[in-house]
Ligand binder design. Sequence first.
Ligand SMILES: Cc1cc2nc3c(=O)[nH]c(=O)nc-3n(C[C@H](O)[C@H](O)[C@H](O)COP(=O)(O)OP(=O)(O)OC[C@H]3O[C@@H](n4cnc5c(N)ncnc54)[C@H](O)[C@@H]3O)c2cc1C
Length: 478
Amino acid sequence: MQTDVVVIGAGAVGCAVARELSKYQIDVIVVEKNEDIGGLASKSNSAIIHTGYDASPGTLESQLVVAANPMYAKLTQELEVPFKQVGAILPAITEEQFEKLPSIKAKAFQNRVYDIEYLTAQQIKEMEPNINPDVKGGLHIPRESIIDPFILVQALAENANENGVEFMLNTKVTGINTENGKIKSVETTNGTINTKYVINCAALYCDEIAAMVGKADYKVVARRGQFYILDKNTSCKVNHIVLPIPTKITKGKLMCPTIHGNMLVGPTAEDLDNKIDASVTTEGLASIVTDVQRLIPNVNIRDTITQYSGLRPNRNPEGLHVDYYDDLEGYINLSGVRSTGLTLSVAMGVYIAETMKEHGADLVYKENFKKTRKGIKIFHEMSKEEQEAIIKENPKYGNIICRCETITEGEILDAIHRPIGARSVDAIKRRVRAGMGRCQGGFCGPKVIEILARELGVPAEEITKNQPGSYMVTGNMR
Ligand SMILES: Cc1cc2nc3c(=O)[nH]c(=O)nc-3n(C[C@H](O)[C@H](O)[C@H](O)COP(=O)(O)OP(=O)(O)OC[C@H]3O[C@@H](n4cnc5c(N)ncnc54)[C@H](O)[C@@H]3O)c2cc1C
C-alpha cells in the first residue's frame, strides 16, 4: 500500500485532521484499531464546545480552542451536525467563590473571550429556576455550546471519505519504519503502508506510537470521568451548561442538557494506573451527586437511564503539544489533547495542515473539494407531510424500531449503507440513537441485530456489540 499521509486514530482529532487534509491534492489513509470510527475519548465526554475562557493563557490549547469555537456555527450546518449554543453559567454559591469571579473574567479576557459577563443572583435564578437559592451571582459565557459528539466525528470522517480519504478499520499500527531521518512506512495488522508522513492522533496511546520512533519523552495517564445521563422527562432540568467554579485539577462536575434533551451530570476526574478501566464506581457516582447538588439541589438521580465513563489522555508532563522533529522528517506527534479535544479538533486540522506547509509540504488545494455532507434524515423531526411522503417513497420509514427515541428501520438502513457504515449494534446507536433512550436497547436491541445480520448477509451470531468478539447472540432457543 502507498499513500502520502497516515493518520493514526479515527477519533475527533484524527478525523478532523483527515478532513482538513482532504482539501488538498494529497493521499491520506486513516488507520484505526477499533471496528468503527469515533475514537475512545471522543465517544465518552461532556460534549461541550468550549470557548477557551478558562484555558491557560498563551498556550497552544488556548490558541486552538479559542480559534475552534467560532468555526462550529458554519461547520455544523455544512456537515449537518446537531449543535446548539446554549451558553454556560458559572454560579458562585459561597462568598469565597463569588470573590473568584473577577479573576475568572480576567483570565477569559486574557484568552480573548470578551463576551463573558457578570450575572446577578436574580438573573441566574430567572435563567435557571432550579439553581441553589443561596447563589450570590455568577458569570455567563454565551458561546459555550453543546453538540452531538458521535455525529461530529462521523460527519468529519464521512466528508473526508467523500473527498478521497481512505479509512482502514480494525487495523492496529504496530510499528513505524524510518530511513535516513525520514518516515518510510507504517506497519499495521493489515499490512505495510508506505508513506511520507505519519500524524499521531492516538490520544491515550500516543506515547506508545511515539515510542515506535524513539520520541516518547512523556507518558500518558488515563484520567477517568464518570457521568450520569438522566431521562428526558426528569423532574429537575437546567437550560444552560451549569458549571462549578473550576479547581486546578478539573473544570469540576457540571449539569447540562444534551443536544437530544437528556440531562448530563458529571464528570469525575480520577487518575488511573491503567488505560482500560472505563467502568463506573459507586464512589465516583456518589461524588457526582454530592458535588452537583451544591449547584442544583433537586437534581433527580433516580431518573438516571444510564451511566458511562471516559478516559482523558492526561500527558505527563502536562500540556498540549504538537511536535515536528528536525531529525525525523514527516513525523508529527500530538500529545496532551485532553479535556478540550472535541472542541479544538477542527482547529487542530488547520494547524496541522499549516505545520506541514511550513515544513515544506506542497499542499495544493483541490478545486473540487466538497465541503458539505448530508446527514441521516431524522424521521421524528419531520413534519407530518414529510413523514407521509418518505413512508410512501420507502415503507421502511413506517417501521418504528426504537420506540423510546422513535427511530425507524429506514434510518437504520441508511446508517448501515452510507459510507463508513455501521457494522455493530453500538455503531447503529451512535449514528441514529436506536438504544439511547429510556430502555437502553432492551426493546430494539434484538431487532437491530436482526437488521444488521440481514443487511450484512451474516448470521446474527456474528453481529457484535462494539468490537471484534463482542458477540451478543449465542444461538437459537428453538
Ligand atoms: C470525561 C471526558 C470529558 C470530556 N469533555 C470534553 C468536552 O466537553 N469538550 C471537549 O472539547 N472535549 C472534551 N473531552 C476531550 C475529548 O473527548 C477528546 O480530547 C477528544 O475526543 C479528542 O479525541 P482524540 O481523537 O484525540 O482521541 P480518541 O477519541 O481517544 O481517539 C484516538 C483513537 O486512536 C486509536 N488508536 C490508538 N492507538 C492506535 C493504534 N496503535 N493503531 C490504530 N489506532 C489507534 C484509538 O482506538 C482511538 O480510536 C473530554 C474527555 C473526557 C474523557
